[in-house]
Each structure stands twice: as C-alpha cells, then as structure tokens.
Design a protein around this ligand. Sequence first.
Ligand SMILES: CSC[C@H]1O[C@H](OP(=O)(O)O)[C@H](O)[C@@H]1O
Ligand code: ADE
Length: 310
Amino acid sequence: MENLPTTYDGPVHIAVIGGTGLSKLEGYVPVAALNPTTPWGSPSSPLMIFEHNGHAVAFLARHGLYHQLAPHEVPARANIAALRSIGVRTIIAFSAVGSLREEIKPMDFVIPDQIIDRTKGIRPFTFYEGGVVGHVGFADPFDAGLAQVVEKCASAMKGDGVVLHNKGTIICMEGPAFSTRAESHMYRSWGGSVINMSALPEAKLAREAELAYQMICMATDYDCWRDEAGEDVDVAMVMKYMAANGENAKHLVGAVLDELLKQDNSDLVLAKKWQGSAQGAVKFMTKPEGRDPEAMKRVEFLFPGFWEQN
Ligand SMILES: CSC[C@H]1O[C@H](OP(=O)(O)O)[C@H](O)[C@@H]1O
Ligand SMILES: Nc1ncnc2[nH]cnc12
C-alpha cells in the first residue's frame, strides 16, 4: 500500500463499505490509496481505489484496516464526507448481523428496508448543527433502486446456495457488548429481522449528504433469543460465518458492480433522486443572521458552491 499513488484522476461514483470480516475487497488490486481529510476528521481507513470493468470503485474499511475501531468509534461523518468529496454518490455497505428470525439463517443475505435506532446518542450523527440546521426525510432509510439491483444479483446466485431475504428491519444497537436476552426478545416483538451496531448513523449521514445508500446484511448468528435451541452469539461465531461466506460476498460485490456500471443505471449511481433533497432541507431553516461561519464552511465542504447558490 505504501507505494500506491495517493491521487486518482478519473471519476469515482461508487463505493463499497466493508464491515466485520470484510476489511478488503478480495480479488481486486488497488490502483490508489486516497487519504482525504474532512471538517469531521479522517476516515476509518484510506479510500482504496479499484478498477472494475474499466471503472473506478472506492473501498473503505468501516472499522479500520485492522478492525481497531469499535462501532461507536467509527468516524461515520468523516467516512461519508470523504467519500462524497472524491465524487462518490452511491454506497453499498456490508454488515455482519445477528438474526432475530428463525427463517434467517447464518450465511443468509438480507437486504433491509427499515431501521430501528437503538444507539444511545453518543455517536456524532449529523452534519447539520452548530449554527446550520437541516432536517432531511428518512422515512425510507435505504435506496429502493439500489435494493432492486442487489436483489436481482443475489437472486441470480440462488443456484450457488445463496439465500436472500429481500426486506427486513435492522435493529441498530449501541454495543459494543451484545444484547441481553430480554432485549433480544423485545427486538423480536418489535418486528426486528436482524441486529447490528453499524447501520446508524451511517445511513442517516448518507441521506444528509444526498448519497444513494443500501446496506447488505450477512447473518452470522441468532443473537441470544433462541433460549433452548442455540448458542448465544460471540465474536468467534461471527468471524467463522463471515469467513465461510466470503466467496459469496465477493461474487455478490462483483455482480452488483457489474450491474451498477451499466449505462442504464447511471442516474441511480449518480443519486439523481436525492440531488437537492438535503440542500433544500438546509437552506430554508436557519436565517442568515443565525448562521455560524464555521458550520457554513462545513456545509460548503459537502456541497461546494452551496452558499452562492442559496
Ligand atoms: C463482531 S460482531 C459485532 C460487529 O459486527 C458488525 O459489524 P459491521 O456492521 O461493521 O459488519 C456489527 O455491526 C458490530 O459492529
Ligand atoms: N448478534 C449481534 N448483535 C449485534 N451485532 C451483530 N453483528 C453480528 N451479530 C450481531
């Protein structure tokens, strides 16, 4: 990595965020390692640039190259802002999750469509504060167009033993300790499908930055709700299933990138649907007299030229 260029000239519109057990993109050779800084600090890892079918794709290791960042220490604002600053508009984010449903078995993939927030407010969670206010819509936290692409690709892998659940609600808990048994049962009663510690604030910040974002979950355990039937989750179990399913995850990434890079999907990849949504939410809120210059500069980092246009 030391010898890689630290700049990349071409456009990079798509990023993959790797989670637990996925700190690099197997089978791809990086052509650059970018280290952008942002008003929210540095990202979790260098942004590794890969080429897929002649197009550049960025990869970011959510917990750092050596998994040294706990879920509450992941600099999610820097990650999202850094990706946007190099041109990324679409994020496919991987996550290892516990299953809260009998039918979601370890190694199954889930394309979630909802999230319940059980983080504890200790993670910085917004770009819009300190003198600039913005309220973005978050009713549907993921991008339905990206979900369709992932569904199509994962469905085509069913012959290879891949099992896909094409909707589901993630419970995003604070961690880093796993849930109590009472909590696990409560999440099931709330309708949760899977549980992790990473969906938030990542998904919310992606929306604030007008990026198309979809998480792909890989089940690694049954958490601790199956009182008699099963073992309670531990890290060894999570890592074992992540390693066992690495090949499928790799094929799925390749297939999703193939599909996204088709010309027909260019509006989806450029997140045209989200363009202007956050900027609209910001420009109507804080009157000029109340705007803090430093907060304004931070918005300008996300959306260069913002204050001239508004
Ligand atoms: C090692 S189990 C808990 C850990 O695994 C998941 O990580 P990620 O979402 O980054 O794949 C979960 O969210 C926790 O951070
Ligand atoms: N049971 C669990 N709870 C929270 N995050 C997880 N990631 C993988 N399994 C998990």
